[in-house]
Write a new protein. Structure first.
Length: 141
C-alpha cells in the first residue's frame, strides 16, 4: 500500500506508521520524523534532541527535546554558538558550538578560567606597591 501526504508549511512533523492485515491485526507503531524545508542539527551524545532552523537562514531558532517532546527557544551567542535551555526552566544548561560540539555551561566556565589562582596576581601587585610605598614614606619622615 502506498500513502502520500503534502505539507503546506515548513516544520518538523512526527508521523506514526503501522500495518494492519486482512484479519485486522496491527503491528507496533513506528514513529518517524519528517523535516519539511528546515535545517536540523541532531545533538545526541549528551542530550537527545536537535536544533531547528525554520527560516533556513543558517541561524537556529529552537531546540526540540526528544525526551519531553517540547520545543524551546535558543539564544545565539556572539561567538556563533547557541545557548540551550533543555528543560525550559529559564536557565541555560548547555552551550552548543557548531565546530566543537556540546558543553555544559559549568564545563565552559571551567575551560575559560585559565590558570588557577591567576586572578590573585593583580591583588598581590597592589599590596606590594602599598607596602613599598609605606616603607619609602617611613624613611623620609
Amino acid at each position: 500500500m502506498n500513502v502520500s501526504h503534502n505539507w503546506t508549511a515548513a516544520g518538523v512533523y512526527r508521523v506514526k506508521v503501522y500495518a494492519q492485515d486482512f484479519k485486522n491485526k496491527t503491528s507496533n507503531a513506528t514513529e518517524i520524523l519528517i523535516f519539511i524545508d528546515v535545517n536540523v542539527i541532531f545533538i545526541d551524545d549528551i542530550i537527545s534532541g536537535y536544533l531547528i532552523d525554520y527560516e533556513k537562514t543558517g541561524t537556529y531558532e529552537a531546540f526540540f527535546n526528544n525526551a519531553t517532546n517540547n520545543e524551546i527557544s535558543v539564544e545565539k551567542k556572539q561567538d556563533g554558538g547557541y545557548l540551550i535551555d533543555v528543560d525550559g526552566d529559564g536557565t541555560w544548561e548547555y552551550s552548543y558550538d557548531l565546530v566543537t560540539g556540546l558543553k555544559t555551561l559549568k564545563q565552559e566556565d571551567e575551560d575559560n578560567r585559565g590558570i588557577p589562582g591567576f586572578e590573585f596576581v593583580p591583588f598581590l601587585f597592589i599590596i606590594s606597591l602599598v607596602i613599598l610605598f609605606s616603607r619609602k614614606n617611613r624613611k623620609i619622615t
